[in-house]
Design a protein around this ligand. Structure first.
Ligand SMILES: [Zn+2]
Length: 354
């Protein structure tokens, strides 16, 4: 829900590798339509000498060489999808991937293989990165003390996160190692909720601060159950509204929040009340507490509960909804219940004098 500000260029070498491979395939077939595996290897090394060690792995070279038979001009296809990546997200370009029928199944698998296997090869990582575990490093860097950029519910750490292909690799196999398509998120969002689904147009956490385009409206009924709604900013464009709505829908935000965030919101509010009570107890040691004391103290702690610091927002789970909830209480002056609750702790001790 918050924009990812970490260095997304970290994975750029994946893109560089892809360019080397696709260029080599193009050059090889231009020079000799019946080029051999050896020629492909030589041409790749000519473009980037660093790949020499990587290509010593027979399996990898075999796979890459199989791409020669691919009926799709991969170089063109990759270039098109990379250049128009943001247009796809904006729903402005409906160019369908050509990897749709059964004849391309094998080639699709090879592209996915690059993500699932190549990125784990030590030789690959040694050639392109300073350590031998680029994907792990990426996971660690992106998840350190942060909440999931999709749901804002789950605090991530590198052992329990997964790397999502924002545009699913099943439908967009050419983007299987495209850095801007790889996002570190919680497992629930990636593996349980999203899977291979995507709605377009959609907001993307590398480009948009989703949280800034809408407000959660929290309605509580008599049974202390929360009904949550989304209020889009009236300054949003239609495109942004569509992108935000699809984001909320894709990650089932409303359902999940009503299920999992209710108790959190209760606790958060209780925490604010407790802080106010603690301060008032301190004052009560020296003098009687007035109704005004309670009111101003309650107001103060609600104000302080709103997190403005961007860094802190991503360090705390559910900070977007907690902020909106507290803001709503402050704006609507809706803390009569809180004041009554706090007053009950000072029953008999409240001075009627100001
Ligand atoms: Zn998540």
């Amino acid at each position: 829900m918050y924009k990812i500000t970490e260095n997304i260029n970290f994975l750029k070498p994946y893109h560089d590798f892809m360019c080397t491979l696709l260029k080599a395939i193009r050059i090889s077939s231009k020079r000799n339509p019946h080029y051999t595996k050896g020629e492909l290897k030589v041409n790749m090394i000519l473009i980037n000498p660093n790949v020499r060690d990587i290509l010593n792995r027979g399996v990898l070279l075999d796979k890459l060489y199989r791409l020669k038979e691919c009926p799709i001009d991969l170089c063109k296809e990759y270039g098109k999808f990379v250049r128009r990546y943001r247009s796809i997200l904006n729903g402005k370009w409906r160019g369908r991937s050509k990897f749709t029928d059964i004849s391309t199944e094998e080639f699709k698998e090879i592209l996915i293989f690059l993500y699932e296997n190549l990125l784990k090869y030590k030789t690959f990582n040694n050639a392109y990165f300073t350590t031998s575990t680029s994907l792990d490093d990426f996971r660690a860097m992106m998840s350190l003390n942060q909440v999931c950029p999709y749901c804002d519910i789950t605090k991530t750490n590198k052992d329990i996160v997964s790397v999502d292909h924002f545009l699913p690799k099943a439908n967009f196999p050419v983007l299987s190692i495209f850095p801007e398509n790889l996002i570190v998120v919680c497992k629930a969002c990636n593996e349980v909720i999203k899977g291979d689904t995507i709605y377009l147009p959609i907001a993307h956490p590398y480009y948009e601060e989703v949280s800034s385009y809408f407000t959660f409206v929290v309605n509580e009924n008599e049974n202390n159950e929360f009904k949550i709604e989304i209020e889009l900013n009236n300054t949003n464009s239609q495109l942004i509204n569509d992108k935000i709505n699809n984001f909320i829908k894709l990650f089932k935000i409303i359902d999940r929040y009503e299920k999992y965030m209710t108790a959190e919101l209760h606790d958060y509010r209780t925490g604010v009340r407790k802080s106010a009570i603690a301060e008032l107890k301190g004052i009560a040691r020296f003098r009687s507490i007035t109704h005004d004391d309670i009111e101003s103290c309650t107001y103060k702690y609600f104000q302080e509960a709103i997190i403005d610091n961007k860094e802190l927002k991503r360090a705390m789970d559910g900070s977007k909804i907690k902020n909106d909830y507290i803001n709503q209480i402050v704006k609507e002056n809706d803390y009569q219940n809180d004041i009554e609750y706090i007053e009950s702790h000072f029953f008999g001790f409240i001075s009627s004098k100001q």
